[in-house]
Write a protein that binds this ligand. Structure first.
Ligand SMILES: Nc1ncnc2c1ncn2[C@@H]1O[C@H](COP(=O)(O)OP(=O)(O)OP(=O)(O)O)[C@@H](O)[C@H]1O
Length: 319
């Protein structure tokens, strides 16, 4: 027996998309950049956005130069955009060959998309991450023992280099999006089935759990955790305003004794990031353990000294 999925009329889907999108944008009339890979998810987003915000969307496809088919895939997106009257650009990037090529490709992709949006005067960019992506991300991060920030998953909105990145489809299922583009030519991403990727295992786990693990519920959990994470960050900002002194010579003193460990960790991460830019989680943990034991700690180019007020300053140059 085949079960036909009832697809709501397209105009209902468009209204729902518009409501989801507007809940994330600061300004109802804002123009929007769409990150469209050519896969079914982002092609569905392209069709929804073109109908929801006519004349206000532009699209870009990143060609990472890693697969021979990438140019043809970008051309497919360009044709779909032309048919919908959406301006399109292909962004070619060079990905440094590192151990984690996926992570390097992601970094290059977001940097290129942010630069494109800034160049086109687009205040926001949308990607097509959906509830199934979010549920998979949560399972992958649980499996790695992630904390609050990691389990908050894919953020619905965040800043990337001065451009707002939004994910209006986090409340949508992959199958809903696939149904929207069932009659449209889309790209098949071979990495989706690659057994070397944690995501492939998380996807199989969810599929095997059937109704007992509902991706929409997992996505709802991630949204709750993202709210808690943002609330903690807000409190940390408040604490920094009242408890931190910055001196002319660059030294920073933070009166954080007695605060909960997680709050101290976030304050130190912020201050170290401010003074030195690179914050490495495990190194910060080691530094905190030393400070708790009354010892001086070094972190990157910084020296952290214990006391009622923790002092952060540039470490003297090594001889
Ligand atoms: N080459 C691309 N060009 C434009 N947009 C892209 C491209 N690749 C991905 N995107 C955007 O990002 C969304 C998510 O894609 P994808 O899941 O591949 O990336 P990811 O979140 O970095 O995950 P992964 O961990 O699997 O790399 C897509 O739906 C699309 O909106």
């Amino acid at each position: 027996m085949t079960v036909e999925m009832a697809v709501p009329p397209f105009d209902h889907l468009v209204s729902r998309f518009l409501a989801d999108l507007l809940s994330l944008l600061p300004d109802d009339g804002a123009r929007l950049g769409l990150a469209v890979s050519g896969g079914p998810d982002s092609m569905a987003m392209l069709h929804l956005a073109a109908a929801a915000c006519p004349g206000r969307v532009e699209a870009a496809t990143v060609d990472h130069g890693l697969r021979a088919e990438a140019a043809a895939e970008a051309a497919l997106v360009a044709r779909a955009c032309a048919a919908l009257g959406v301006p399109h650009m292909t962004l070619r990037v060079t990905v440094e060959p590192t151990a984690s090529i996926q992570a390097a490709a992601r970094r290059a992709r977001y940097a290129a998309l942010a630069a494109w949006a800034a160049g086109q005067g687009l205040p926001a960019i949308a990607t097509a991450h959906h509830a199934d992506d979010q549920a998979e991300t949560l399972l992958m991060r649980l499996a790695r023992g992630a904390g609050l920030s990691g389990l908050a998953g894919i953020r619905a909105r965040r800043d990337i280099g001065g451009v707002l990145l939004v994910r209006p489809l986090l409340g949508w299922r992959r199958a809903e999006l696939a149904a929207i583009v069932a009659a449209v030519e889309t790209v098949d991403d071979p990495s989706n089935a690659d057994p070397r990727h944690d995501r492939t295992h998380a996807r199989a786990l969810l599929a095997g759990a059937g109704d007992r693990l509902d991706p929409l519920r997992l996505a709802a959990s991630a949204a709750h955790l993202a709210e808690a994470d943002a609330a903690l960050d807000w409190l940390v900002e408040e604490a920094i305003r009242s408890r931190v002194d910055r001196f002319d010579d660059g030294r920073i003193a933070a009166d954080i004794e007695g605060l909960p460990r997680e709050v101290r960790r976030r304050i130190l991460a912020r201050l170290v990031g401010e003074a030195d830019s690179a914050v490495d989680g495990p190194a910060l943990e080691t530094a905190m353990a030393r400070l708790d034991a009354g010892q001086v700690a070094s972190l990157g180019a910084l020296k952290l000294s214990p006391g009622r007020r923790i002092s952060i300053e540039k470490a003297p140059p090594r001889r």
